[in-house]
Ligand binder design. Structure first.
Ligand code: URA
Length: 253
């Protein structure tokens, strides 16, 4: 491999696992079978050290680019908590494979245990912090079902700002109602604890189903079944980084 001073090296199987082209277990098998080339040479030893930033790794004929951070889109099912560990409950990290190095991964933001849908999992603390900072105004949208109809007057209040039980006045939001007025989509630019449930309680109503559909520029991949995940594409990562920089990014409100 290319010798480089002061450049970190990494095992080839770990590199492939970290870039998301396959699991580390599969990477070992594929490397042993000669399916991976580094700088034009087939490498059959999964433990061989490579320099991720400078070595050219080809897997199934495709150049595999080094990524410093991991970004995962998960379709969260019910019954999992948004945490890295929990003494009693299953966490969203339990849905990722055992052979993935999860030690630095965490969910970016929280969804309630019974909320479904789009969850971003990453190890990029700085980007996560920017995406969640109130000043970034990164929008989120949620499909919902409620116990009772939402009246036009309530929808108007919802959009202007509702006073929650602790006195907090919510920022302008948007609600799109479907036929029957007991379901629709809510768009928010903030993420207070149990925010949507509390907004509905402030309207003397109750959320019975909640699913996050978008987070900034990310849209829940309809190919992902509940509990399934995939790595973000380069384009999604680029858009996400931009969203953390711009005020009112992707704000449909
Ligand atoms: N609002 C809620 O009430 N719960 C969630 O999980 C997300 C937004």
């Amino acid at each position: 491999m290319q010798e480089k001073n002061n450049t970190e090296t990494m095992r080839l199987d770990k590199f492939l696992g970290a870039t998301g082209c396959c699991s580390r277990t599969d990477a070992k098998k594929i490397i042993r079978s000669g399916g991976v080339a580094v700088n034009g040479r087939a490498v059959r030893n999964p433990e061989e050290k490579i320099c991720p930033e400078t070595d050219e790794v080809f897997f199934a004929g495709k150049r595999i680019q080094y990524r410093k951070y991991t970004y995962i889109m998960l379709n969260k099912p019910e019954g999992y908590v948004s945490a890295t560990e929990d003494g009693r409950e299953k966490t969203v990290l339990d849905l990722l494979p055992d052979d993935m190095n999860k030690s630095k991964l965490f969910p970016c933001g929280r969804l309630d245990k019974n909320t479904l849908g789009l969850m971003l999992i990453t190890d990029n603390g700085e980007l996560s912090h920017r995406l969640l900072a109130p000043a970034s105004h990164v929008s989120k949208s949620y499909g919902f079902k409620s116990k009772k109809e939402v009246t036009p007057a309530e929808a108007e209040k919802f959009e202007k700002g509702l006073t929650l039980e602790d006195g907090y006045v919510t920022k302008p939001a948007r609600i799109e109602l479907y036929d029957g007025k007991m379901s629709g989509t809510v768009y928010l630019v903030e993420g207070k604890y149990h925010q949507i449930k509390r907004m509905f309680e402030a309207m003397d109503n109750k959320i019975v189903y909640l699913e996050r559909l978008t987070f900034g520029p990310l849209t829940l991949d309809t190919e992902l079944e509940r509990g399934q995940w995939r790595y973000l594409t380069d384009e999604e990562i680029r858009l996400l980084s931009e969203a953390g920089e711009k005020k009112n990014a992707n704000n449909p409100i």
